[in-house]
Design a protein around this ligand. Structure first.
Ligand code: FMN
Length: 360
């Protein structure tokens, strides 16, 4: 099992949904950076469950403790240990599902791979694993913001079949995104999104959605062709998140319906640099940042655990009906927003450190 991501800014996450806690070891954070829990907690607060009636009611405050790697609020250049305790486990909710793998969850595949699995809460496949990534990514964000002026903002751009949000990628802020509990910066569609999630929840069902993300002011030249092209690392980062089913950068799949003459991004002078008048490339060409905003989208499926009765089979092959118990997200995208941002930050922080080898 690979629980480590990154080559120079390297993160290893640990923990299962119902063990004592979750967290990360972050290696490669430069020395002499100001860093306390207060730098990390805001993104964990945006990720945590129970923030609104659109998310799982599991009650977790998700307070992070820095175990190592800093002294007097300054990084030492040594591995940073981050820990968040699990508090509100209810293993009983899973007792009926001991012998019934949840359709489209990871119970069956973990059992096939290891011959054993965490007895409740989805173990390592649970979204609680992402706490370690978010905590580590918050450190990466701070590095990117303070040393390079990079801004990363994600938002919910679709829920189910609700019309896509229209967002100004040059200006959208986290404050605008957080203005609604669904985390959509377009007030014209936010109500419909919240309604779609509430309706799925009331029907004891679930619904999917897309998170879009922009990374602004990333220096041209970052990215490591050919196997570590920037879009390849972003795709890996995003597709390693639970419940993801698709990734596109720039024009993405829609670009296939255009001709080259419509799709090309013409070069233009922009202040003191060469830019492009359109950005269908999503800020990346040849796996390297071109100086335009990096824009990508991540598709999340409807969560698998639903209270509605489903026909399925138990591990012995007997037909059964499953009505899942427990507290679950009817839609993951509002909580996925900070997870996508911090994963993007982990990719970019690693690229920043790798770029130093090229003499910048
Ligand atoms: C923020 C977030 C919250 C999630 N909450 C749930 C949940 O409440 N119930 C559920 O079945 N899956 C939830 N998931 C997704 C599962 O963890 C995931 O679908 C499962 O591990 C199977 O992995 P896969 O979908 O990547 O194949 C969540 C995912 C994210 C990103």
């Amino acid at each position: 099992m690979s629980s480590t991501f990154g080559s120079l800014f390297r993160v290893t996450t640990f923990g299962e949904s119902h063990c004592k806690g979750v967290g990360a070891i972050v290696d490669g954070v430069p020395a002499r950076m100001q860093l306390t829990e207060a730098d990390i907690q805001p993104q964990l607060d945006r990720r945590r469950p129970g923030q609104s009636n659109l998310t799982t009611p599991r009650k977790e405050s998700d307070q992070v403790t820095i175990l190592s790697g800093t002294e007097n609020g300054v990084t030492l250049g040594t591995p940073i240990g981050l820990f968040v305790p699990n508090k509100d486990q209810r293993p009983k909710d899973y007792s009926e599902m001991q012998n019934i793998p949840r359709p489209s969850h990871a119970d069956f595949t973990y059992q096939m791979k290891y011959g054993v699995r965490a007895s409740s809460g989805g173990g390592r496949s649970s979204a609680r694993e992402t706490i370690g990534r978010v905590a580590a990514g918050a450190i990466a964000e701070k590095l990117l913001r303070e040393h390079y002026g990079i801004e990363i903002v994600a938002w919910v751009s679709t829920v189910g079949s609700v019309l896509e949000a229209s967002v100004d990628i040059d200006r959208v802020t986290r404050e605008q995104v957080d203005a609604t509990i669904v985390r959509c910066a377009d007030s014209a569609v936010a109500d419909d999104m919240m309604d779609a999630i509430s309706k799925a929840k009331d029907a004891m069902d679930s619904v999917g959605g897309i998170v879009s993300c922009v990374c602004r002011d990333v220096p041209a030249g970052w990215g490591e062709p050919v196997f570590d092209k920037l879009e390849a690392k972003l795709a890996q980062a995003m597709m390693s998140l639970p419940a993801t089913k698709g990734f596109e950068v720039g024009s993405g799949f829609a670009g296939t319906r255009m001709r080259g003459s419509e799709h090309n991004d013409p070069f233009v002078r922009k202040d003191d640099r060469l830019g492009s008048s359109t950005n269908r490339s999503g800020g990346i060409q040849g796996g390297i940042i071109n100086g335009e905003p990096v824009v990508f989208r991540v598709a999340f499926k409807p969560p698998a655990t639903i209270g509605l009765s489903q026909d399925t089979a138990d591990f012995d092959g007997n037909d059964v009906q499953l009505k899942a118990k427990g507290r679950h997200d009817p839609c993951v995208v509002p909580r996925a927003v900070p997870i996508v941002e911090t994963m993007a930050a982990l990719v970019l922080a690693d690229m920043a450190l790798r770029q130093q080898r090229h003499g910048l």
